[in-house]
Design a protein. Structure first.
Length: 377
């Protein structure tokens, strides 16, 4: 059995970090023994608890922030004592986790996952090149990201592999399979503040300009003119909240638009909605789309990043150009008007999402591990 240390210096327990845990849970336990190495931030306690509840060892670093140089000394000491066979570094941005690269001994093979790559410049790019030379294999979560990495660092093109993110379908379906009409009505009434006749358009995203939520809001006045029973609910927190509130006020749609902030029970919210929209300007993968597919909620999304690798236009979703409010208006109107099309793409999408199972993700990652360890033997 090979010991694999998962490391990240993230300050949040977000989508990329949940994928780390999902991967660890689905690795072949007869071949690989995963452990988590992370900082001791209070914000990461839910992640630490989840790893421990799954039976994994967790090693926390006593550091103040991601720039704290104690990262280096503590990581170096821990790697020397525990002697893992492989270090899997999860990069929540392309310049993160630098202390792990510096602290790792030269004979310890490193695999990285680039969860959200983007161009770097100056000193950051120089350091990135140095760290890539220490990396045996880079995993990207989409072919689009693989192409981006290859264009940015062509000398490492042959050391990049795509492994799509996954979803635990069995666990997801357990959450919604017993959703009663009474519970559904309670969610629609108390969370969506909806009448029985209202049709909920749901978006789940960080409130950040890269998510394109302002374009979705700009689409709503025309949609509401045609379909006054439509109601938009946006789930998420982020730095753009005040700007979005101003847009909602300016468009005079506050009576039909809700900013719900952070919410639990995302599977149930999806199941209680008529349409899901992800209007991103930039999107590394779009993990929430897998959840919408699993919930059989019709999808509208943009043609950016890894999204076209998850859903196909007119088959499993309606795809629109990013930053285009008119196309969002047209797509929303089409699904609100055409129930047959909505049902078709939801049905086909549900069967398509099985291609993105957590087990498939784990098996592809194991092949990367096998290759790297064999090269290092």
């Amino acid at each position: 059995m090979k010991k694999v240390f998962f490391y990240t210096d993230t300050p949040i327990f977000g989508g990329a970090e949940r994928q780390m845990l999902l991967l660890a849970r689905n690795l072949n336990k007869e071949k690989y023994q995963p452990s988590l190495l992370c900082s001791n931030y209070e914000s990461l306690q839910p992640m630490v608890d989840a790893w421990k509840a799954s039976g994994f060892d967790v090693h926390q670093l006593n550091v103040m922030h991601k720039h704290d140089p104690r990262h280096y000394f503590q990581i170096r000491s821990l790697l020397k004592i525990k002697r893992p066979d492989l270090l899997h570094i999860h990069l929540w941005n392309p310049g993160s986790c630098r202390y792990a690269f510096l602290a790792a001994p030269n004979d310890l093979p490193i695999v990285t996952t680039e969860h959200d790559p983007f161009p770097l410049s100056g000193m950051k790019k120089m350091l990135k090149m140095k760290y890539l030379k220490k990396t045996a294999e880079t995993i990207t979560v989409s072919d689009a990201n693989k192409e981006l990495m290859a264009s940015l660092y062509p000398e490492f093109e042959n050391d990049i592999t795509t492994v799509h993110n996954g979803i635990d379908l069995q666990n997801f379906e357990k959450t919604i399979v017993h959703l009663t009409s009474q519970e559904k009505n309670k969610i629609r009434t108390h969370i969506f503040d909806a009448k029985p006749s209202d049709r909920i358009i749901l978006s789940i995203a960080t409130l950040h300009p890269r998510k394109g939520l302002n374009y979705l809001l700009e689409a709503m006045p025309t949609v509401l003119e045609k379909f006054p029973d439509a109601k938009l609910a946006i789930v998420g927190e982020g730095p753009q909240k005040k700007e979005l509130e101003k847009i909602i006020s300016r468009l005079k749609i506050d009576h039909r638009v809700l900013l719900l902030g952070y919410q639990e029970d995302i599977p149930k919210l999806l199941k209680c909605s008529e349409i899901f929209v992800l209007p991103s300007i930039k999107e590394a993968f779009g993990l929430v789309l897998l959840e919408a597919l699993a919930a059989q909620t019709p999808i509208i999304a943009t043609k950016v990043g890894g999204i076209p690798e998850i859903v196909q236009h007119m088959k499993t979703a309606l795809l629109v150009e990013p930053g285009n409010s008119q196309e969002l208006t047209d797509a929303l109107s089409e699904l609100l008007r055409n129930s047959a099309l909505s049902q078709k793409i939801a049905f086909v999408g549900y069967h398509h999402v099985k291609e993105f199972s957590a087990q498939a993700m784990a098996e592809k990652t194991e092949r990367v591990y096998d290759k790297v360890l064999q090269q290092n033997s």
